[in-house]
Design a protein around this ligand. Sequence first.
Ligand code: FE2
Length: 113
Amino acid sequence: MKISPKLALVDPELTLTLPKSITASTGMDTLTHAIEAYTCKVALPLSDDLGLYAIELIAKYLPLAVENGHDLKVRKNMLLGSLVAGIALDNTDLGAVHAMAEPLKKIRIYGYF
Ligand SMILES: [Fe+2]
């Protein structure tokens, strides 16, 4: 089963009050999306370019977003990195990190946790 949004509303102002811990953990997740898209064995030239661009954005702006979450330019570039990583990942396949998480999601969905 593939679940993907038909529409994404990407508004950096909505992220300005996120706590540092949420900024850091979700930022690392989106960095993982970008790395998995870039290193995936079934990657395409387009997904490679998008993944690499997302890695560059996130590597530059994630530390700044954790340090100063109220900077709108930083938040805008982090969201751009997250969006580009998602587009890249949607055009490839998961890597090892998210593949390992898939069984855990199924267990949670079916109520074992
Ligand atoms: Fe993820």
